[in-house]
Each structure stands twice: as structure tokens, then as C-alpha cells.
Design a protein around this ligand. Structure first.
Ligand SMILES: Nc1ncnc2c1ncn2[C@@H]1O[C@H](COP(=O)(O)OP(=O)(O)OP(=O)(O)O)[C@@H](O)[C@H]1O
Ligand SMILES: [Mg+2]
Length: 192
């Protein structure tokens, strides 16, 4: 299997916080992290709260700067991208956030939420094709036509499924969610 995501010796530091009367030095959030994820592989990263799981995710998404080390995706070092990640990378690497009630826009219907990434990332010829894909996505997570015009907050099942469905919608080749456990950091791999 070929390596899709290759992280070598990653370190991330959060900037110093400066107050009026005090300042805190930069804090290392992760240090010396290396991991590889193969195409088609499911990779679970588990660790106690504050161990740096979300920070690793943010570094992969380029939401935080890395202090050292490298992250390569499909053979390309993501540090070589310009200031804005190319659409192909944003399409391939996506997040399903842990809490659907805060991750989803409460003013949008489930249909609006599903259509946005479809319009951005799929080259579907017309609204009919886009709508057909919405049907398929709803069906994949056990939702129906009835849920289209409902809001994420209108039923717990709708919000949870809506979040899962949104995570599936574009051509994403990789998605991540982090979880914390009060246990020693471990990582678990399972090849598909
Ligand atoms: N924006 C930030 N500014 C400064 N320090 C931060 C920031 N975000 C996280 N940290 C610190 O970085 C370290 C790693 O945090 P991170 O959120 O990555 O951990 P986590 O494993 O995802 O935790 P949890 O399981 O609670 O979500 C922690 O010490 C945290 O306090
Ligand atoms: Mg976290």
C-alpha cells in the first residue's frame, strides 16, 4: 500500500501569550511526532486530554504553523503550498467535527449544509444531479427526504447524521476526528 500521509518529527509550538502585566513563553504542544497513513487505511489516534491530537489535526489542515518536521500528502510536502492550500488538498483532506451541534450552521437546513460542499467540490452539471447526490448521502446515514428541510438542531439524530453525512459528501480521501481517553497515548492502525 502506498503512503498517503507522512508525518516526520513534527513539532508545533503555540505562540507566547502577552498580557499587560505578564507574558507566557511559547508552549510546545507536540514534539517529535512521526506517523504514516496509507491510502485506504483507517488510523485512530488516542491520547489523554492535552496530549496534542487536535494540534496534529490542525497542522495537517494547515491551521497552525509547524515549528519543525514535515508533513507530506501524496508525496508533496504541504509546507511547499502557497499561503492558501490548493483546492485539491482542501478537497482531499477534510474534518468531521466532534460536536455536530456547534460544527453545523444552525441557520441552514440539512439540505443547504450538504449542498455547499457538493457545489464547491463536485463538478456536477446541474441542480438535479446535485439533488440526487443529496438523496444518496441522506440514505447512507439512514435519513430521508423528510430531513432535507429540517435544521441540525431540530432532532439529535438529524444533527449527528447530518454531520456524518457532510463528512462523506465531497471527494474526501481522508477525514479525521480526535477523541480523548484518560489513558496513555496509543495509536491504532487497521488496514482495510
Ligand atoms: N490555541 C492554543 N494556544 C495555546 N495553547 C494551546 C492552544 N490550543 C491547544 N493548546 C495547548 O496545546 C496542548 C495540546 O492541545 P490539544 O488541543 O492539541 O490536545 P488534545 O489532545 O486535542 O486534547 P483534547 O483531548 O482535550 O481535545 C495543550 O497543552 C493545550 O493546552
Ligand atoms: Mg482535541
Amino acid at each position: 500500500m502506498s503512503t498517503l500521509l507522512d508525518i516526520q518529527d513534527l513539532a508545533v509550538r503555540y505562540a507566547a501569550r502577552r498580557g499587560l502585566f505578564s507574558s507566557t513563553p511559547p508552549r510546545p504542544a507536540v514534539n517529535g511526532v512521526s506517523m504514516q497513513i496509507d491510502a485506504g487505511q483507517t488510523f485512530g489516534l488516542v491520547g489523554e486530554s492535552g496530549s496534542g491530537k487536535s494540534t496534529i489535526g490542525r497542522a495537517i489542515l494547515r491551521l497552525v504553523d509547524t515549528s519543525s518536521g514535515s508533513i507530506s500528502f501524496a508525496g508533496k510536502n504541504i509546507a511547499d503550498f502557497g499561503r492558501r492550500s490548493p483546492l485539491s488538498y482542501r478537497r482531499a483532506v477534510q474534518v468531521v467535527f466532534q460536536n455536530p451541534t456547534t460544527a453545523l450552521n444552525a441557520a441552514w437546513t440539512i439540505e443547504d449544509i450538504l449542498l455547499e460542499p457538493i457545489r464547491l467540490h463536485r463538478d456536477l452539471p446541474n441542480a438535479k444531479e446535485q439533488s440526487k447526490l443529496v438523496d444518496q448521502l441522506l440514505d447512507q446515514v439512514g435519513m430521508s427526504e423528510y430531513h432535507r428541510k429540517r435544521y441540525p438542531w431540530s432532532s439529535p439524530a438529524a444533527s449527528a447524521s447530518g454531520s456524518r453525512s457532510r463528512g462523506r459528501s465531497p471527494h474526501s480521501r481522508s477525514s479525521s476526528c480526535a477523541t480523548s481517553r484518560s489513558a496513555r497515548s496509543t495509536s491504532r492502525r487497521r488496514a482495510k
